[in-house]
Unconditional design. Structure first.
Length: 360
């Protein structure tokens, strides 16, 4: 048997320590196990449901997805009769003032809001909401908002003090970086992002701070903007190429609607062509577009958890001001092995032991 070199032994020890930190800090879920919050969700099923039809307006930024299917499924399983009105901006925030006015006129029982841009436009900042422009007297439940305090949607996660509550869908940045380094230690992390998306800017700011603590170099490439201040989709491949040229070892795909949803196929394919491993904080791009690695909660599960909070408002009569903003307590590591093999960028066995493996 060939003796293990000292540097190989050191690397294995680093990976073991990283995996332990990851599991301890992140509350990782094993594939097939129920997501955190399910016992709480299940315990609520016996509550008496009013014999009436609720009206919910859903304000989306990308059309219906597993998140909305989970939300609707949970309320249906609770026995709630709901009349849904779907309004989709398609990423065009110029549509939001008209949607807000419609909500004010129709006064639904609850507003479901997907994403930071939609939610911030609907409810305004917690320290400057304008009742003339924002929804201040109808319950709003948000989802897929990564940093609700930094986005000034709520001042405190435990108690918003306003007509707003919701769910956070991503793991803390420290846990994300633990995952990346547990897979393989790196020195340079690349990120391409939309500088016009507040959620993305806040995420990059958090990455800078955490990377500095770890001695990592963050290779940043904001997507160029056109004359109207909009990100240029055709410029994404060049931005990815610059990350690779500058020595980025892994591409970080954050909670950025422009990158991780609208242009996810281009991002994943071009990164693969460049030989650039990819890490995502959401699951879709790994499941459907062959990004390599994710640390994510199930979108369907997040939708169910968001619906649990909606039911607290509609059925139990709890004020959204008193309902904490939370994330699911467990996240799954998801690895696309087809991409791993194409890149020849293999994970340690320890990570494979609790990761969900995709073979497509």
């Amino acid at each position: 048997m060939t003796a293990m070199r000292d540097d190989e032994s050191d690397l294995l020890r680093i990976r073991r320590r990283s995996l332990l930190r990851l599991a301890a800090a992140g509350g990782l879920a094993l594939p097939g196990l129920p997501l955190a919050g399910n016992s709480l969700i299940g315990s609520a099923l016996a509550a008496t449901v009013p014999d009436r039809t609720f009206r919910i307006t859903m304000v989306l930024g990308r059309g219906e997805s597993d998140n909305e299917f989970g939300f609707k499924d949970y309320l249906a399983r609770r026995g709630l009769k709901v009349d849904y009105t779907i309004r989709n901006t398609g990423g065009d925030t110029a549509k939001l003032p008209g949607i807000i006015q419609e909500i004010k006129d129709t006064r639904p029982d609850l507003v479901y809001s997907w994403g930071t841009p939609q939610t911030r436009a609907l409810v305004g900042p917690y320290d400057g909401a304008d009742p003339g422009k924002h929804i201040t007297d109808i319950p709003v439940v948000f989802t897929f908002v990564a940093a609700p305090i930094d986005a000034k949607i709520v001042p405190d996660l435990a108690r918003s003090g306003r007509n707003v509550t919701g769910t956070i869908h991503i793991a803390p940045i420290a846990v994300q970086l633990n995952t990346i380094q547990a897979y393989r230690p790196i020195k340079r992390l690349g990120v391409v992002y939309n500088p016009q998306e507040r959620n993305s800017v806040l995420t990059v700011e958090g990455l800078r701070a955490e990377a500095a603590l770890r001695g990592l170099e963050l290779v940043e490439e904001p997507v160029p903007l056109n004359d109207r201040g909009e990100p240029i989709a055709a410029a994404v491949p060049d931005a990815l190429a610059r990350v690779a040229k500058r020595g980025g070892e892994v591409l970080y795909i954050g909670p950025d609607t422009f990158i991780a949803f609208h242009n996810r196929t281009v991002v994943a394919a071009e990164a693969l062509r460049l030989g650039l491993p990819t890490f995502s904080v959401t699951e879709l791009i790994v499941r459907t577009d062959k990004a390599m690695l994710a640390l994510a909660s199930s979108a369907y599960g997040i939708g169910r958890f968001t619906a649990f909070k909606a039911a607290q408002i509609l059925v139990d009569g709890v004020s959204p001001a008193e309902i904490p903003v939370e994330t699911l307590k467990r996240f799954s590591v998801i690895i696309n092995m087809a991409t791993v093999r194409a890149l020849e960028y293999y994970p340690p066995i320890g990570l494979l032991n609790f990761a969900e493996i995709i073979e497509s």
